[in-house]
Design a protein around this ligand. Structure first.
Ligand code: BES
Ligand code: MN
Ligand code: ZN
Length: 492
């Protein structure tokens, strides 16, 4: 639980008090706190550099048992992400010390390059996101999340941010839920199960949910999606979430790739590449998280989430390379490679949902290509759109949330790489190069006549190692990005 406080910090009784500090500035105008920081900076072992921390126990004048100082480096270099990171690290430290509550003294130095309110927001995000461990499958839980985290600031700043704690908590809880869905093993989230899990979370937030089963998908002629799921013993589902507030002027459609395990199918992935393929439903997890958060804080737009869920497996019934299927749109696809399955399920989901909801804006999120990882690494997503304003809005939301997105091109002359001799289009490009681009071009064939952006999150969806405010596993990438877009950045 997050709380903003303006009472006297000296009399508050958190177990741990956390002070962010800089090398050359205490960051706190309160004389007592500044004195404490100066005292710590006199020790050679602590210079306030980024990554350093310093501990006082039982400080006279403070009721907190432990005071943790965290270095943030140079004051002139401070930015929201450095506050998120420091808060996440501090909370991890508190978990190691087995504390159940902590309080931050929010820096109020007027010479910081960002306002106290922005520092407060970033500290709250980092602390809330960092206060999470995925230990569902451990018998002995080594660390557990803190019960409450308080943020001490002035009465005036607290007054300007009364709604902030609730807002940040609803978004960050959705991020953490998305992380857990992604980290969950594939044997515990086969399409039928995951559909129920998503539906329960959405309904709890007041979202209307519909689950299309295999019969419904056959009736609706989702030929491409059904071809992907053919080799699996688990039946496909499409979950449709509908947040429909009264008086909504615009409909925003969000579609997320939900491959609960991607073996590659008959074009089986080689050993190393199978690793992490339980995370191939990260797009769906991000969309489910964003729609539930949007409903929880009453986003004014109608927001539709469409989550095609399949498992890409091998069996005697599996789709063969060379098979030709008819998609929902009527276009035929030659399946040149069964491992290019994401674009197949998205083709049906996009075309169907655009038909049914006639949205003003469509955005899909998908762990679509290994090529995207090669191009941008693990920290950036790629955004593709023919609409300059929409692409710019995604990039701007990415900068604000630090869920960074880089725009990539959709060159018309690359379309010929998707030509098939026998069908309308092939899911396998004829060239190895530019794989993230040809995948996006394939999708664009099914998102015709709408403002559409595709975000390839193959890199940032999953982290092998822990970072400042995210443990190893699913990162929940996309939830904060989409929430930010829905709240403030969608172009008219
Ligand atoms: N799910 C993979 C993409 C992926 C790879 C995500 C690594 C995260 C990490 C996708 O279904 C896939 O297999 N794409 C193929 C496409 C190719 C066969 C045209 C790829 O990128 O190799
Ligand atoms: Mn694949
Ligand atoms: Zn895949």
């Amino acid at each position: 639980m997050l709380k903003i406080r303006y009472a006297d910090l000296r009399k508050a009784r958190p177990e741990v008090l956390i002070l962010p500090v800089c090398r050359e500035a205490t960051l706190h105008t309160d004389g007592f706190l500044a004195g404490l920081v100066e005292k710590a900076l006199r020790y050679e072992s602590f210079q306030g550099k980024s990554g350093e921390h310093f501990v006082f126990f039982e400080t006279p004048g403070l009721t907190a048992t432990t005071t943790l100082l965290f270095g943030m480096g140079k004051r002139s270099k401070l930015n929201p992400e450095s506050f998120r990171a420091i808060a996440g690290k501090a909370i991890q430290q508190c978990m190691k010390m087995r504390s159940s509550q902590a309080a931050f003294a929010v820096p109020d130095d007027p010479d910081m390059p960002l306002e106290t309110g922005d520092a407060l927001r970033a500290l709250m995000e980092g602390a809330c996101l960092g206060n999470h461990v995925f230990n569902r499958y451990k018998e002995k839980k080594k660390h557990t999340a803190l019960r409450s985290i308080a943020f001490f600031t002035s009465r005036e700043v607290a007054g300007r941010h009364v709604a902030l704690a609730g807002e940040i908590a609803s978004v960050c809880e959705s991020v953490k839920r998305a992380r857990e869905w992604v980290s969950m093993p594939a044997n515990e989230k086969r399409p039928e199960m995951l559909a129920k899990t998503f539906a329960a979370a959405a309904r709890k937030a007041g979202v209307r949910v519909e689950i299309l089963d295999e019969k419904a998908l056959k009736r609706k002629k989702f030929g491409a999606l059904l071809a992907v799921s053919a080799g699996s013993g688990s039946r496909p589902r499409v979950v449709v979430m509908d947040h429909r507030p009264k008086g909504a002027r615009r409909t925003i459609l969000l579609v997320g790739k939900g491959v609960t395990f991607d073996s590659g199918g008959i074009n089986l992935k080689p050993g190393n590449s199978l690793d992490g393929m339980k995370a191939d439903m990260s797009g769906a997890a991000a969309v489910a998280g964003a729609v539930t958060a949007a409903a929880a804080h009453k986003t004014k737009h109608r927001v539709i989430g469409v989550l095609p869920l399949v498992e890409n497996m091998i069996s005697g019934d599996a789709t063969r390379p060379g098979d030709i299927v008819t998609t929902y749109s009527g276009k035929t696809v030659e399946i040149g490679n069964t491992d290019a399955e994401g674009r197949l399920i998205l083709a049906d989901a996009l075309a169907w949902a655009i038909d049914r909801y006639n949205p003003q804006i469509t955005i899909d999120l998908a762990t679509l290509t290994g090529a995207c990882l090669v191009a941008l690494g693990t920290k950036f997503a790629a955004v593709f759109s023919e609409d300059d304003a929409l692409a710019a809005a995604v990039v701007a939301a990415g900068a604000r949330t630090h869920e960074r997105c880089w725009r990539m091109p959709l060159p018309e002359d690359y379309r010929e790489l998707l030509k098939s001799d026998f069908a309308d289009i092939s899911n396998m490009p004829s060239s190895r190069w530019g794989g993230a681009i040809t995948a996006a071009l394939f999708l664009s064939e099914f998102a015709k006549n709408t403002r559409w952006a595709h975000i390839d999150i193959a890199g940032p969806a999953y982290a092998k190692k822990a970072s400042a405010y995210c443990g190893p596993g699913g990162t929940g990438f996309g939830v904060r990005l989409l929430c930010d877009l829905l709240e403030r950045e969608l172009p008219e």
